[in-house]
Design a protein around this ligand. Sequence first.
Ligand code: PGA
Length: 260
Amino acid sequence: MNRKPLVVGNWKMELSHKGAIEVAQAVKKLLSKIEVGIDVVICPSYPQLPAIAELLKNSQKIHVGAQQVHWEESGAFTGAVSLSQISPFIQYCIVGHSEMRELTSQTEEQVRDAALILLKHGLTPIVCLGETWEEHQQEQTIRKITQQTEVLLSGVTRTGLSKLVIAYEPIWAISAQGTGEVPDPTEVSEIVLLIRKLIASRFDTEGAERVRILYGGSVGPDTVSSYVSEPGVDGVLVGKASVTPMKFFEIVKAVQDHAR
Ligand code: PGA
C-alpha cells in the first residue's frame, strides 16, 4: 500500500496574526518553486484560520489544519471551539496534542471522540500519542502507546482508517520541554510498528497499511531524514521549526526526496 507522505507544521501559539500571514505567504512562495508530491499541512491558531484558508484557497500544495477541536459538536463549553465553527477553513486537525491534553485534562475517550467527529465530517484527524519522560524511564512506553491506541481504535470504523493519521510524539522529545533528548530513529520505528500491529489485530493488515503514522518531537532539517528513512514512518509533525519558513521548506524537501 502506497501511503502519501505527510508533513504537518504545528504553529502552536507562536505567531501574531500578522506573523502568521507572513509565514504562510513565505511557505507558499517557497513551495511554489518545487513540485510537491506529498501532503503538506500548516496548523495556525483558530483566529488565523479564515485568513490563511483564503490565502491558500487556490494552493494545491498546502492544506490547512487546526490545532485542536472539542469532542462535543456543540454545547455550553465557554471558550471552546467546535468542528462546525472551523470546518469551512480546514481539511486536517491535530487531536490530543500533549500540550492541550495537559491544559484541559482530556481523557483518552475525549481525544477519541474528537477524532471521530472529524472522521464523521470527512476531515482528517492527526491524533497525537506519546509517553511522558517518567513513563519512558520506567519502560512504560509500550504499555502507554498500546492503551492509547486501543481506546482510539475502539471508535474508528474500517472506512475511517484510510483518513486517520496518528503521530507518535514522545512528550519528552518535544522541543519546548527542553530536555534536549530525542528518541533514536530505530525506537521510533519500533513504536510505529507496534501501532500498526495493534491496528492490524483489531482490523486486518490491509486496514493497518492504510493509516499514516508520523513522528513528532524536535524535528528539524538536520534530523528529519533519519526518521523518515525508518520503515513505516510516513512523515513528521513539526513544531518549532515550522514557524521558520526556510526550515519548514527544507523539511518538506527532505521528506519528498526520501519518498522518491
Ligand atoms: P517541536 O514540537 O517540533 O517543537 O518539538 C512538536 C509538537 O509539539 O508538535
